[in-house]
Ligand binder design. Structure first.
Ligand code: PLP
Length: 385
């Protein structure tokens, strides 16, 4: 029996145990403690923003982000249909309604359709984009940087500006991805819109077990984020609260692990790059298969690898079964969110590519623990019957 190869698991071989042990020994284990502030500072430095605000997870970071964009239950928020459902659920937490948008060939939001939706389905009145079918104010959009790719921010941001739509970047999968050329050269995923969110869930490129982070270039906004994530305490001593706050702050234990993980992020990306290239070299063109490329002009973190079956010689489910029979974990990409039970009847706009890709893509193992030999074994199973 060969060793089981999981899809995407944590890699904790750096200073994790040392820092977490220190947190335990000093008995700073909860939402106060030096590691939380230090981790926030180091993340902010890494992506070149003035500050960052830690959260319990990526989902809570997105929830707070949408609230800070002023989204209310009367509003609509443009979201992708092809992504993890946590990118969209926070819209519903607030009571607002999603408008599901298609993807382009990068699997991220299609800017052409986004523009067409704004132009043909909405009226722009007094600085507000109003969806004619629902009468709702389209106040914000959630742009997801899918699998560590960069959404087409060069095209999306001008549309957002033109129609006064706030941009929440869901960069939960894309920590470390940045533009290497063009007008956003040097800008990291998560830092170009109005506000951005990262996740440190166990399957993400670095993990705190569970955790998230809010970033922005607007320090006043970040101060509000910290306020809301810490129960909106207006007076630290007398328990005076000036808003409905949340208990969303990261613990010192989580941040201790995060700090150790961040030290290794660039090494993780180097491993992910090598393994991606191995898959790409071996699989592109074999039996109508290809490994979906990342956008030109960026340094991607290569978080997840997507094998595409253009024709379907190997069908998606056959491949998943074959890999599973060989102790290798893989999965289809997410079922479209607009097709999920809680979103039945939601507003959608010309969904074409998302269902096409949904039927044809399989994610294959991409952990940073994966050796070159592991990748060769996965490739062999994929290619040989
Ligand atoms: C992981 C993920 C989230 C949520 O992050 P959690 O830390 O798991 O709450 C949100 N959006 C996308 C696209 C994700 O992949």
């Amino acid at each position: 029996m060969s060793r089981f190869i999981p899809l995407s698991v944590p890699n904790l071989k750096g200073n994790e145990l040392k820092y977490v042990t220190d947190a335990v020994e000093t008995e700073w284990v909860s939402t106060a403690g030096p590691y939380v502030n230090d981790f926030e500072k180091k993340i902010a430095e890494y992506v070149h923003v003035p500050a960052a605000v830690s959260c319990q997870n990526g989902t809570s970071a997105l929830h707070i982000s949408l609230m800070l964009m002023g989204v209310t239950r009367e509003d609509a928020v443009i979201v992708p249909t092809l992504t993890f459902i946590a990118a969209v659920n926070p819209v519903k937490y607030i009571g607002a309604e999603p408008v599901f948008m298609d993807c382009d060939d990068s699997l991220c939001m299609d800017p052409v359709k986004l523009k067409k939706y704004c132009e043909t389905e909405c009226d722009y009145v007094d600085g507000k984009l109003i969806d004619r079918a629902t009468g709702r104010h389209v106040k914000a959009m959630v742009v997801v940087h899918v699998f560590g790719n960069m959404a087409d921010m060069v095209s999306i941001l001008p549309i957002a500006r033109q129609y006064n739509i706030k941009v929440v970047e869901d960069a939960t999968e894309a920590l470390g991805t940045y533009y290497t050329e063009g007008e956003y050269k040097g800008k990291y995923a998560g830092t170009m819109g109005d506000i951005g969110a990262y996740s440190f869930n166990g399957n993400k490129i670095i993990t705190t077990g569970g955790g998230g982070m809010i970033v922005s270039n607007d320090e006043a906004l970040l101060a509000k984020a910290k306020h809301l994530t810490t129960q909106a305490k207006a007076d630290q001593v007398n328990f005076i609260h000036d808003d409905i706050g949340y208990n969303y702050r990261m613990t010192n234990l989580q941040a201790a692990m995060g700090l150790a993980q961040l030290e290794q992020l660039e090494d993780f990306i180097a491993i992910k790059t090598r393994n991606y290239n191995m898959y790409k070299d071996a699989l592109d063109g074999v039996d109508g298969m290809s490994v979906i490329p990342f956008r030109e002009g960026i340094r991607t973190n290569y978080w997840f690898y997507s094998v595409l079956f253009e024709e379907g010689d190997h069908s998606r489910d056959d491949l998943i079964k074959k890999l599973s029979d060989n102790d290798i974990q893989s999965r289809p990409i997410w079922g479209l969110i607009s097709d999920q039970l809680p979103y039945e009847g939601s507003r959608t706009f010309e969904l074409e590519k998302a269902p096409w890709y949904w039927r044809r893509v399989v994610n294959v193992p991409c952990s940073t623990n994966l050796t070159a030999e592991d990748c060769e074994r996965v490739i062999e199973v994929i290619i040989n019957d």
